[in-house]
Design a protein around this ligand. Structure first.
Ligand code: ATR
Length: 272
């Protein structure tokens, strides 16, 4: 039996067990996906233990993504290394490999909605962990990326890092009107919209030539996405990113094409 799982703290609200076990079942793979709460500082021990126990693959979430990327036990992919965060590890006979499927997942979510990233102008709001993965991915895929954040210094710092890979600039939120006005892609990578029905981008800045991706997936339909739809923009909800970070991990672990539709259904059933 194959064993996969999630290490992080906390982990109990994760939607991955349903999604991943549906994928395994669909392909007739005898396997399970378990949740392992691992406290800050214990991640090296957890990786060693998992390797010794023969666990096949793990997802990594807050607060361990950076620590795993920096771990000497883990051979990190180039993109994950540049982002400085690993969210998926694979245990192989040759050691532990680390990947960032948050970035790859965001790319596939946009591709699934037929969005051309290369040559586009993209605005990412927020400068935390989610923004980091998405901004690197967009720059790596050939977009011109503007990062806007409430704390301007953090946007500037992230943009400086991302610009080693592609085209990126940092901005305060006051620049949003101008930036969004000429943008093709807008991403909300802040937590705004999660607890209250609020949007970080005023509705009047949105327009019909935009694709709007919201990293928030609870609720699925955020105020930002509702406003965007009303303006005739294309919308991509946060479950798509969650889905594709999961299917990318699934494919790394199993070497098989993920049953995307079944995993998507399982995820949306859980969310709704
Ligand atoms: P994550 O890892 O999920 O990205 P994070 O690192 O805590 O989470 O980042 C949260 C992001 O949401 C930050 O960019 C934060 O802005 P600051 O850097 O100024 O804190 C942004 N954010 C949170 N609440 C916000 C609010 N009410 N208005 C605007 N931005 C907000």
């Amino acid at each position: 039996m194959k064993t996969f799982g999630l290490i992080g703290y906390p982990v109990e609200h994760s939607l991955s067990p349903e999604m991943q076990e549906t994928g395994l079942e669909e392909l007739g793979i005898n396997g399970r996906y378990c949740l392992y709460p691992v406290e800050d500082g214990d991640v090296e021990q957890a990786l060693k233990g998992a390797f010794a126990l023969g666990i096949d693959g793990l997802n990594v979430t807050i607060p361990h993504k950076q620590a795993v990327a920096e771990s000497e036990m883990v051979e990190t992919s180039e993109l994950a290394e540049r982002i400085g965060a690993v969210n998926t590890v694979e245990f192989t006979d040759n050691g532990i490999r680390g990947y960032n499927t948050d970035a790859r997942g965001a790319r596939r979510a946009l591709e699934r909605h037929e969005v051309d990233i290369e040559g586009s102008e993209a605005v990412v709001v927020g400068a935390g962990g989610a923004s980091r993965a998405i901004s690197f991915m967009l720059a790596d895929s050939g977009a011109e990326v503007s990062i806007a954040n409430r704390t301007y210094g953090k946007a500037e710092e992230l943009a400086e890092n991302v610009s080693r890979m592609g085209d990126a600039s940092g901005h305060p939120l006051e620049d949003l009107e101008e930036l969004v006005g000429k943008a093709d892609i807008l991403v909300n990578a802040t937590s705004v919209g999660m607890e209250e029905d609020r949007s970080v981008v005023p509705a009047e800045h949105l327009h019909s030539d935009l694709t709007v991706l919201d990293a928030v997936y609870r609720p699925l339909e955020t105020k930002l996405l509702r406003d965007a739809e009303r303006k005739g923009a294309k919308t991509v909800d946060g479950a798509w990113m969650l889905l594709y970070q999961g299917t990318e991990a699934f494919e790394i672990w199993t070497g098989r094409e993920a049953p995307v539709d079944a995993m998507n259904q399982a995820l949306r059933d859980e969310l709704e």
